[in-house]
Structures are given as structure tokens and as C-alpha cells.
Design a binder for this molecule. Structure first.
Ligand SMILES: [Zn+2]
Length: 247
């Protein structure tokens, strides 16, 4: 399936040549994260594709194809310059570790397995279609995002990157826009909840791998807010690159 995604991506986007400094740098870091994923038992023929797009997007597709938009790389560079992250590797690693964490947890395959149920319920009319979306699909997606956030912090540690960087992302960048229905209709948990999840996981990972605490760069995590309604923010770090094929 990764080959199909690769062909689709190559056909619909302007791909940055792999020999350019930007593509090489992103690919090197992605392979570093992929190497950590291999330690967790996930083996794919990993491939990184950089596409020219202003979107703040990245995604790891089934089969190990990782797609990163140039707009995201540029935005992360701005966040490093603003002092949100200590280094570009920490910033980019935060995104790559999250996306590859979905592959570690095999979320893409789980998503494909749910599709027949969703299609079956839709046949029974609009109420069942809404039930499928709001009672099954969206809560399931939010749980997958929580799992990916937790695994991503472990991957950051295995790569020797800043384990607090994922928390810093959610403290400083608005990543979700849930609209009028709030978290009920959200595909991701709120940023505050995600920051707290990452902070708590960092504490566990710090003890597990014997990583010293850097108190100066550890702001207090926020308490989670219930059903927070977010207006469209300045940044979206995870949108679908190829929506009809992403799961
Ligand atoms: Zn995700």
C-alpha cells in the first residue's frame, strides 16, 4: 500500500528532489526515528517524500512512506527561532516521532479495519451515519492520537532528542480546530490534554531511560480542559496530505 501512496503523492504534488540539502536533512532525521521504531519491532521499507506545499502537514502512510510538507519545515524553523524548541532536530523530530508512532501502533491498519463497519452503518440512514461518526469513529481517532503522543515521547528518547519537545509543541502551537461542537466533533484531543499527556509520559520516560530533568526548560503543564472550543489557530501541524487515502 505504501507504493500506492507514493505514486499518488508523486503524481499530485511537486516533490522536492531527494538530493537537496532540505530533503537530505529531513530524510536523515526521519530515518533516525525509523531506526528507533525498528527497535520497537516495526519494520517497513521506510521512505521519506518532501512535497512543496504551504500546508503545515506530515503523515506516515501504511507501508512506511513518510510525507512532509515544506510549509511545516519552514514553520518549525520559525518556532526554533522563537525559542519554542532548542533545535531544529527537536522540532522536526517531534512531528516525525508522532507520525511514525502511528505506524508503531499500526493505527493505519486499525483504521482500515473499521471502514467496513462504518460503510454498513451508513446504509441504515443518516442517524446511524451520525452514530458511526460521533460515537465510534471520532472517539476511536482521538484515542489513537493519545497513543501516538505517548509512543512519540518514547521515540524521542530512543533518538536522543528532547523528550519535552512534544509537550512544548502543544503548549505553544494550536494544532486543532474543532468548530462549534468542540471536542465532541474533534479528531484530536485538545492541545492542553495532549500537553499534559506528553508531560506525564516524559516523566515516565525520564525515569525509564535515566534522562536528567532540565528544570529550566520544563514549564508546568496545564490541566486538561473539557470540551474546549477552538477557533482556527495560527498553525495546524497535522492535516491530511492525501485525505482520501489517509486513515
Ligand atoms: Zn496523529
Amino acid at each position: 500500500m505504501g507504493v500506492l501512496f507514493e505514486k499518488h503523492t508523486l503524481a499530485n504534488y511537486d516533490v522536492v528532489p531527494s538530493e537537496t540539502p532540505l530533503a537530505r536533512r529531513v530524510a536523515q532525521l526521519a530515518m533516525r526515528v525509523a531506526g528507533a521504531a525498528e527497535k520497537l519491532g516495526v519494520h517497513y521499507p521506510w521512505k521519506v517524500i518532501i512535497v512543496k506545499s504551504d500546508d503545515h502537514s506530515a503523515e506516515c502512510f501504511p507501508g512506511g512512506v513518510i510525507v512532509v510538507c515544506t510549509g511545516l519545515v519552514m514553520h518549525l524553523g520559525e518556532l526554533v527561532a522563537a525559542g519554542v524548541f532548542d533545535s531544529m532536530d527537536d522540532a522536526l523530530g517531534t512531528i516525525l516521532c508522532h507520525e511514525i508512532a502511528h505506524a508503531v501502533a499500526r493505527h493505519q491498519v486499525e483504521g482500515l479495519a473499521l471502514q467496513p463497519w462504518a460503510l454498513m452503518l451508513e446504509k441504515y440512514g443518516r442517524p446511524w451515519e451520525l452514530f458511526s461518526t460521533f460515537a465510534l469513529a471520532l472517539p476511536y481517532k482521538r484515542q489513537q492520537e493519545r497513543e501516538a503522543d505517548i509512543i512519540s515521547v518514547h521515540l524521542m528518547a530512543l533518538c536522543g532528542l528532547d523528550i519535552e519537545a512534544p509537550m512544548k509543541l502543544f503548549l505553544n502551537v494550536r494544532t486543532t480546530s474543532t468548530g462549534a461542537l468542540g471536542s465532541f466533533a474533534a479528531t484530536h484531543p485538545s492541545d492542553s490534554e495532549r500537553a499534559l499527556t506528553c508531560a506525564r509520559t516524559a516523566d515516565i520516560v525520564r525515569e525509564k531511560y535515566g534522562i536528567p530533568r532540565n528544570d529550566s526548560s520544563m514549564p508546568a503543564p496545564p490541566e486538561p480542559q473539557e470540551d474546549r472550543v477552538l477557533s482556527p489557530g495560527p498553525a495546524q501541524t497535522e492535516t491530511r496530505v492525501v485525505s482520501e487515502t489517509a486513515n
